[in-house]
Design a protein around this ligand. Structure first.
Ligand code: G3I
Length: 366
């Protein structure tokens, strides 16, 4: 087991080493740098063996040509923001709804992109009928049916699947900090290992991922995640990678040293590190757009540099591509009258922003 102290000592030098990427100064806007003239992130990342991409919505790909063009220009990998989750893909017990997931796969394959699957087993996006099934003893069959049906449908076409998502919630007071979800209540802690084993049987060539949030945070969450990963690996669970959601916030700094420690420790367990839902919430920053964009840029850069001090993530996805469609600005999420957030690489008009430049410089600086 890697102690935090050992690793911090080792990584200390790595952290203090020259930054992975050249210290880019003010964003292009401020210097007349023509960001639009630079290659797409897809191309820049691919030169370093990295897949850059974004969460997408199928309805938008069909009805917004500017969005579709930006996705094609910037993305080498896609993940369906919602279409492959439990409730959207199986809203009723008898009614499977694969259309949007199918269309997303088809769009990606038509444009030479890879696809991540998100997510098979999660406490959220669970329809009431499934919760009732879990509560009445049908959980084992439901878990197996969901994985074998959804993963089986796309066998060989999905590079990586988030087999489980957000399974830890230490506040629930359960062993290992596990979340007291409907899945846990129905099946106990063993549902997680079971999910991974069924997933491995269903699509042996697919990268199996535990997706979670908070790896960059202060406090004990990163260590809780790591200890659970150690337990899974020790028990022989067929897990290949850790998905770090990476929903950053300008309210808090990235805990770079602990993040690097986490990444190195996970790599030492034989796990790959993936950045799966990167974005930056700028709601705490003043109204000045350049200050807000610079703040998100700085968080994204600090985060990626801390990860790369330990390992190069081979998949880097933002949770959306344009502020126009960020979930943070969705009608149900945005406080009435509040200003739209600017969390993503492209603005509402699909123009590249400082956050885009942070990604560009990260890839070119590796
Ligand atoms: O499609 C229905 C529509 O028919 C209905 O009229 C409408 C109003 O009820 O809801 C629509 O579904 C919404 C769905 O997004 C599609 O827009 C759900 O209510 C809403 O809860 C859902 O929110 C998604 C959320 O996950 C929950 O699944 C967000 O778009 C999505 O960005 C967010 O993504 C999560 C990741 O999966 C996991 N990590 C955190 C991340 C952000 O919360």
């Amino acid at each position: 087991m890697i102690s935090r102290r050992q690793c911090l000592a080792g990584l200390g030098a790595a952290i203090l080493a020259p930054a992975i990427v050249a210290r880019d100064s003010l964003p292009g806007y401020a210097q007349g740098l023509d960001l639009a003239a630079l290659p797409g992130l897809r191309e820049t990342a691919a030169r370093k063996g990295i897949l850059y991409g974004a969460a997408v919505r199928g309805d938008l790909l069909s009805r917004d040509p500017a969005y579709r063009a930006a996705v094609v220009k910037e993305c080498g990998i896609l993940v369906a923001e919602n279409a492959m989750k439990f409730k959207p893909i199986r809203p009723t017990e008898k009614g499977w709804a694969f259309d949007e997931a199918d269309a997303t796969l088809a769009f990606a394959e038509a444009n030479g992109m890879k696809v991540r699957g998100h997510t098979l087993i999660w406490h959220a996006a669970l329809p009431d009928w499934a919760k009732a099934t879990l509560a009445s003893g049908g959980g084992a069959a439901l878990l197996e049916q969901q994985i074998r049906t959804v993963m089986g449908r796309y066998r060989g076409r999905v590079l990586a699947w988030d087999v489980v998502n957000e399974i830890l919630e230490p506040k629930d007071g359960l062993i290992d900090g596990l979340r007291k979800s409907d899945w846990y209540l129905a099946l106990g802690p063993g549902y997680i290992d079971r999910a991974f084993r069924i997933a491995r049987e269903t699509d042996p060539g697919c990268q199996l991922v535990y997706n979670e949030w908070g790896h960059e945070s202060y406090g004990t969450r990163p260590e809780t995640i790591l200890r659970y990963l150690e337990k899974l690996k020790k028990g022989g669970t067929p897990i290949d990678a850790v998905g770090m959601q990476s929903h950053l916030h300008t309210r808090w700094n990235v805990n770079a040293r602990q993040l690097s420690w986490f990444c190195k420790s996970a790599v030492d367990l034989g796990l790959e590190i993936l950045v799966t839902e990167l974005d930056g919430d700028d709601s705490e920053l003043p109204d000045d757009i350049q200050a807000r964009d610079q703040g998100v840029h700085d968080r994204v850069r600090a985060f990626l540099e801390a990860v790369a001090a330990a390992t190069v993530p081979r998949q880097v996805l933002t949770w959306g591509l344009s502020d126009r469609y960020s979930f943070m600005n969705a009608p149900g999420r945005r406080e009435p009258g509040s200003r739209a957030k600017r969390p993503l690489p492209l603005d509402e008009a699909m123009r590249r922003k400082p956050a885009w430049l942070a990604l560009h410089n990260f890839f070119t600086g590796l």
